[in-house]
Ligand binder design. Structure first.
Ligand SMILES: Cc1cc2nc3c(=O)[nH]c(=O)nc-3n(C[C@H](O)[C@H](O)[C@H](O)COP(=O)(O)OP(=O)(O)OC[C@H]3O[C@@H](n4cnc5c(N)ncnc54)[C@H](O)[C@@H]3O)c2cc1C
Length: 383
């Protein structure tokens, strides 16, 4: 029985599993405990889209083939709020893997690497002699809080929750779709913008379909959430009737995430690391979890300083970019201009994918080209 855990991870989603896997990869002798309130496999409301960048992270965690049995998706079609369409081959394929499968595989890989996995819902945190005590019974040198969008640990530590204006809500379901369909579809909606529906074929005769919007916009309708979310999904994808509908909040990145408090490091949704332009969070969860696991074992004396530095080096400029773009994207005309530019220039399409699904930033000349197109279109519309 371990008296003091080197790393205690709360949450067995992609962020928590990555933290535990990385800690054991770097220090095989470390005592690493992974707690989750659920047993795995468990479902998680998600679009199940795993960007190529997420696959890179799996490679870094020593699991390059974890999802190799799922078919890569080669094409992406986007319809802008004003109806501008772009459909192109992506530079690097994405994958769609149900979270019921993906998360269970990650947790199983962690267990196989020597991580102790237990079902346990964390309710309290205290500190004693420079260590963290969880629920009065489990002591750790450092803790990774990877407990998702409604992070209990974040609340217990007094860190502010993600403000409502930076929070989205989305519903996902599954629909029948021919096996040979391999284009991911994103259909944006002008009403209640920013809002969009998606259809992500899995390759097994089904697709993950869903619809998401900002929480304040949903509240402004004055209607029950289910009615709005289910209704808009059915309206935007009438040919893909969905079953197993399930909704969840998305804490969007506000640009500068809070990396933790004391010896507790926030990762994934608990750190509000969801791309505000696309709602993508799995890559950022894997990346931040990996960096938190690294800091916890390599800089045990002051893991927070090490983690902050690593996170800033990996994502600092990208998060500022998406924050600025998300503000500009409040105007649907800006997105129309960006998609219209991407439809004419393949390198812009690739760059938008990098910014929306990876760690990309926008070079100044391109930003200027999109803004000038946006202004010309606006002036044209007014004139
Ligand atoms: C509808 C929807 C669609 C989305 N689509 C996509 C997509 O297609 N691609 C993409 O990249 N991202 C998508 N996202 C975002 C993505 O789902 C999240 O960013 C991702 O799940 C974050 O991983 P995580 O490990 O931080 O948290 P989670 O996956 O939420 O895992 C948190 C874990 O913590 C556990 N937990 C919580 N509280 C406690 C506690 N007190 N004690 C112990 N355990 C606890 C939970 O049981 C859970 O297993 C979508 C989100 C939504 C809601």
């Amino acid at each position: 029985m371990t008296d003091v855990w080197d790393v205690l991870v709360v949450g067995g989603g992609p962020a928590g599993a990555a933290a535990a896997l990385r800690a054991k990869q770097l220090r095989p002798g470390a005592a690493v405990l992974l707690l989750d309130r659920d047993d795995f496999p468990r479902d998680k409301a998600c679009g199940d889209g795993i960007a190529a960048h997420g696959r890179d992270e799996l490679g870094l965690l020593g699991l390059p083939d974890l999802i190799a049995d799922y078919r890569p998706t080669q094409r992406l079609s986007v319809i802008s709020p004003g109806g501008v369409r772009v459909s192109a081959r992506v530079a690097r394929p994405n994958h769609v893997v149900p979270r019921m499968v993906f998360d269970a595989r990650l947790v199983e890989a962690a267990r196989a690497r020597g991580v102790v996995v237990r079902r346990h819902r964390v309710r309290s945190l205290t500190s004693q002699d420079g260590r963290v005590v969880v629920d009065g019974e489990l002591t750790a040198r450092s803790v990774v809080a990877a407990d998702g969008a409604h992070s209990t640990l974040r609340r217990l530590l007094g860190a502010r929750p993600t403000p409502e204006r930076h929070t989205a809500i989305a519903v996902r379901g599954y629909a029948d779709m021919p096996d040979d369909e391999d284009a991911q579809l994103i259909a944006m909606q002008r009403a209640g913008w920013p809002a969009y529906a998606w259809a992500f074929p899995i390759g097994d005769g089904t697709a993950n379909v869903g619809f998401g919007m900002l929480l304040p916009t949903l509240h402004a309708t004055g209607l029950p959430g289910r009615q709005v979310l289910h209704g808009r999904l059915a309206e935007l994808l009438p040919h893909l009737p969905a079953r197993d509908l399930r909704a969840h909040h998305l804490p969007l990145s506000p640009g500068r995430p809070k990396p933790g408090v004391g010896k507790v490091l926030f990762a994934g949704d608990a750190a509000s690391l969801i791309n505000p332009l696309t709602g993508e969070g799995i890559y950022y969860a894997l990346l931040s979890g990996r960096l938190a696991g690294e800091a916890a074992v390599l800089s045990a004396g002051d893991p927070l300083t090490a983690y902050r530095r690593r996170l800033r080096a990996a994502l600092g400029r990208h998060l500022l970019t998406t924050d600025v773009l998300a503000r500009a994207a409040q105007s649907p005309g800006f997105i129309d201009a960006a998609i219209a530019t991407a439809a004419r220039r393949p390198e812009v399409f690739d760059l938008l994918v990098e910014v929306g699904l990876g760690a990309g930033t926008v070079p100044a000349p391109l930003a200027a080209a999109v803004v000038s197109r946006w202004i010309r279109t606006n002036l044209g519309a007014r004139g």
